[in-house]
Design a binder for this molecule. Structure first.
Ligand code: SF4
Length: 328
C-alpha cells in the first residue's frame, strides 16, 4: 500500500476451532474478520503465522494436499448473487451446473446421472426442490440464492465451512431462516463452522464461542453465553449495548454506549491499545503499553489493561466498576 507502508489487516490473531462447534467472529466492517477467514481457507496468503487444519499447515501444503484440503473446507460468501453468477444480465450457468462444478473439478460422481441426483438431493437438503436445478440464479430471491450457495458449499461433503457474512445481504425475515438452516445442517452432517458477521445478535444464536475483533486484533474471546452475560472488553460492551432488548422495562433502563470517533485507519493504527482512541476507559498506559491477551476466567480471554493487575491494581474492582458503569 504505497512506498514503505504496510497494512496489517489481521495482526497477532490466534484461536482454535474445535471439531463440531460453531466459532463466531464479530466486529465492524474493516476489522479484519473476513481477511482472517479467507486466510484460513488459503484464498489469501499470509505474511506470518500458521493456519493448522487437522494437524497440517494449510499454507505449506503441496498441490495434492491442497486439492484434498479443499474438499474438506468450503466457503459460503456474503453476496449470493455475485458469488453464483457475476454476470447477472447474461446468465451463464444453471443451478445444476453451479452445484455440479466443484464435483466435476474434484472428480466426484463422474457419472452424469449420479451427479444430477446428487444435485437434487443437495437442493432438497437446503429447502429447495429438484425443479430449481434448471433455473438461473437471477430467477431466485436473495434467501433462495444463499441456499444455492450453501448447497454448492455442501457438494463436496466438507467437514468445515467458513460462512463469511452469509446473512448480511438478506432481509431480516430471511436471515433467521438461513441461520436455522445452517444449524440444522450442522446437526445432520456433523459440520464445523466459522461464522463471520457484524451482527452480534445473530452470531449469538448460532455460535458456541465468539471472538470479537477490532482493527485487525482479537480483543475478547469466550463462550457465547459468557460474552453476552458478562462482556469484559469496552468494545464488546459497546457492541452489546447497541442490541435492543425486547422488554420495554429493561430497554428503558439501559444506556447505550456510543463510541466516539471513527474507526482509525489500519495503515496508521493507534499506539498501545488499538481501541484507545474510542475507549471510554482509556488511561495513560493504554497509549504506551499493548494490552496482553489474558485468560480472566476459565475460557474467557480479553486484551485490556482494565483486567491487568500490574497495570492497574486489583482486577476484580476494575472489572466490577467497568461493568457497573456500562449497565451489565
Ligand atoms: Fe480501553 Fe485501555 Fe482497555 Fe484499550 S486497554 S480497551 S484503551 S481500557
Amino acid at each position: 500500500m504505497g512506498k514503505g507502508q504496510t497494512l496489517k489487516a489481521v495482526d497477532g490473531v490466534s484461536f482454535e476451532i474445535k471439531k463440531g462447534e460453531t466459532f463466531g467472529i464479530v466486529g465492524e466492517s474493516g476489522c479484519g474478520k473476513s481477511t482472517a477467514g479467507r486466510t484460513i481457507i488459503g484464498l489469501y496468503d499470509k505474511t506470518d503465522g500458521e493456519v493448522i487444519y487437522d494437524g497440517k499447515n494449510v499454507h505449506k501444503m503441496n498441490e495434492k494436499e491442497r486439492f484434498v484440503f479443499h474438499r474438506k473446507m468450503q466457503m459460503i460468501f456474503q453476496d449470493p448473487y455475485a458469488s453464483l453468477n457475476p454476470r447477472s444480465t447474461n446468465p451463464r450457468s444453471t443451478v445444476q451446473e453451479i452445484i455440479s462444478e466443484p464435483m466435476e473439478v474434484q472428480g466426484l460422481y463422474p457419472n452424469k446421472k449420479e451427479r444430477r441426483e446428487r444435485v437434487y438431493q443437495l437442493l432438497e437438503d437446503v429447502g429447495l426442490n429438484r425443479d430449481h436445478a434448471n433455473r438461473y440464479p437471477h430467477e431466485f430471491s436473495g434467501g433462495q440464492r444463499q441456499r444455492i450457495g450453501i448447497a454448492r458449499a455442501l457438494s463436496l461433503d466438507p467437514d468445515f465451512i467458513i460462512a463469511d457474512e452469509p446473512i448480511s445481504a438478506l432481509d431480516v425475515s430471511v436471515q433467521a431462516q438461513v441461520v436455522n438452516l445452517l444449524k440444522g445442517l450442522q446437526k445432520k452432517k456433523g459440520l464445523t463452522y466459522l461464522f463471520i458477521a457484524h451482527d452480534l445478535s445473530m452470531v449469538k444464536h448460532i455460535s458456541d464461542r465468539i471472538g470479537v475483533m477490532y482493527l485487525g486484533h482479537l480483543v475478547e474471546l469466550t463462550t457465547s453465553d459468557d460474552l453476552y452475560s458478562k462482556p469484559l472488553h469496552p468494545y464488546t460492551q459497546a457492541l452489546l449495548s447497541a442490541i435492543p432488548i425486547p422488554d420495554p422495562d429493561v430497554e428503558d433502563m439501559r444506556e447505550r454506549i456510543i463510541l466516539k470517533g471513527e474507526l482509525p485507519s489500519p495503515m496508521n493504527p493507534p499506539s498501545g491499545c488499538v481501541f484507545r482512541t474510542r475507549c471510554p476507559h482509556a488511561m495513560d498506559a493504554c497509549a504506551t503499553i499493548k494490552p496482553e491477551w489474558q485468560e480472566i476466567e476459565k475460557n474467557h480471554f480479553v486484551a485490556c489493561h482494565l483486567y491487568n493487575q500490574e497495570v492497574i491494581g486489583r482486577k476484580d474492582d476494575k472489572l466490577a466498576a467497568a461493568s457497573k458503569e456500562n449497565g451489565y
